[in-house]
Design a protein around this ligand. Structure first.
Ligand SMILES: NC(=O)c1ccc[n+]([C@@H]2O[C@H](COP(=O)([O-])OP(=O)(O)OC[C@H]3O[C@@H](n4cnc5c(N)ncnc54)[C@H](O)[C@@H]3O)[C@@H](O)[C@H]2O)c1
Length: 317
């Protein structure tokens, strides 16, 4: 029986590697060609092509899916319609294949950006997955977040209506490989590491790379392990979980973590920022509650911010 990992990017690649290392049969599929991790078969597949997806699953005897294929927020801002097609219809195709083929479990990559919507009205207690949300005034603050929320809703409905076993994982802002950047947190770390290596002074003025208050980060290695825990969990009840470690960091904390590796780094940024992370309008009022991920999936993060920054900075070319 095979696990199909959709999306051979940062998190999908690490997930496939993790599964292969423990002896699982793994197929890694992406719309782009690329190198397969050791022990993994890599194939071409576009998640917007439902018949091709179904054929692929049948050909490889797929039993479980980890679906990470998506357009991230920066790409989706440039071509919303194509991004919506990949992120919403692609997810719908995965769920529909699970229904038609009777797959065992589908793990979907979601994002804590779906909770940013409730920041303005939320108090200082950790933000639960099942956060109260007013449909109009607390609506998602980006098309990307709306796609992720749609995916969660579709997954819940495929479970309720058709009995499909789904788990959605909301990763915090992910830190990983700096040589293939598609995400805002990746761009932030890459910018600081490059400035640190050349001991340059840098003025952070891109509104997507600065934030007031504090934000959560998670290591891509932890996201991969969370995916595997979600595949293995005996009885996921809530079906939506935060992948975060309960720590939240100011921009000053983040810069300091990079400065511990590159003491010559000097960075400045606008004072009195009122926006939140990645240009979102509100600042985070509390960290995400991750207790259900621990109790239902047996998952806790292993890599704190400093460890993550050091690991990925050292690997970058
Ligand atoms: N990186 C983050 O900060 C972050 C945070 C929260 C959630 N997520 C989610 O985690 C998942 C993985 O993110 P990542 O950081 O690995 O991103 P990534 O960009 O590294 O990987 C996404 C992969 O999806 C592939 N893809 C795009 N369109 C496709 C299509 N039509 N068919 C098949 N493959 C396609 C891309 O080629 C890419 O390899 C995504 O769903 C993302 O939304 C990421």
């Amino acid at each position: 029986m095979t696990v199909l990992v959709l999306g051979a990017g940062l998190i999908g690649g690490l997930t496939a590697q993790y599964l292969a290392d423990r002896g699982d049969s793994v197929v890694l599929a992406d719309v782009r060609e690329g190198i397969a991790p050791q022990g993994v078969r890599r194939v071409l597949c576009d998640v917007t092509d439902a018949p091709a997806l179904q054929t692929l699953m049948q050909a490889h005897g797929v039993r479980d899916v980890v679906h990470t294929a998506a357009w991230l927020s920066t790409a989706i801002r440039q071509d919303p319609l194509k991004g919506i097609a990949v992120n919403i219809m692609g997810t719908a195709h995965v769920l529909e294949c699970a229904r038609l083929l009777g797959l065992r479990r589908v793990v979907l990559a979601s994002s804590t950006t779906v909770t940013y919507t409730g920041f303005a009205a939320h108090g200082p207690v950790p933000i639960e997955e099942d956060l109260p949300m007013r449909l109009i005034s607390d609506r998602p603050a980006s098309i990307y977040a709306a796609c992720k929320l749609s995916g969660e809703h579709l997954a819940h409905l495929y479970h309720d209506l058709y009995g499909i076993d789904t788990v959605s994982l909301r990763y915090a802002a992910v830190l990983g490989d700096l040589d293939n950047i598609t995400s805002v947190p990746g761009r932030l770390l890459q910018t600081l590491v490059q400035a640190g290596r050349s001991a340059q002074a840098i003025a952070l003025d891109d509104p997507f790379l600065v934030w007031g208050g504090r934000e959560e980060f998670v290591d891509a290695r932890d996201c991969a392990r969370a995916n595997v825990c979600a595949l293995d969990a005996a009885a996921p009840i809530q079906r939506v979980y935060h992948v975060a470690d309960g720590q939240w960091h100011s921009l000053g904390d983040f810069v300091a973590a990079v400065q511990r590796i590159y003491p010559g780094l000097k960075a400045t940024w606008p004072a009195d920022l009122t926006t939140g992370f990645a240009g979102f309008p509100h600042q985070r009022p509390a960290p995400s509650d991750h207790r259900k991920a621990q109790s239902e999936l047996g998952f806790t993060c292993a890599h704190a911010l400093q460890d993550s920054v050091a690991h990925w900075a050292a690997k970058a070319h």
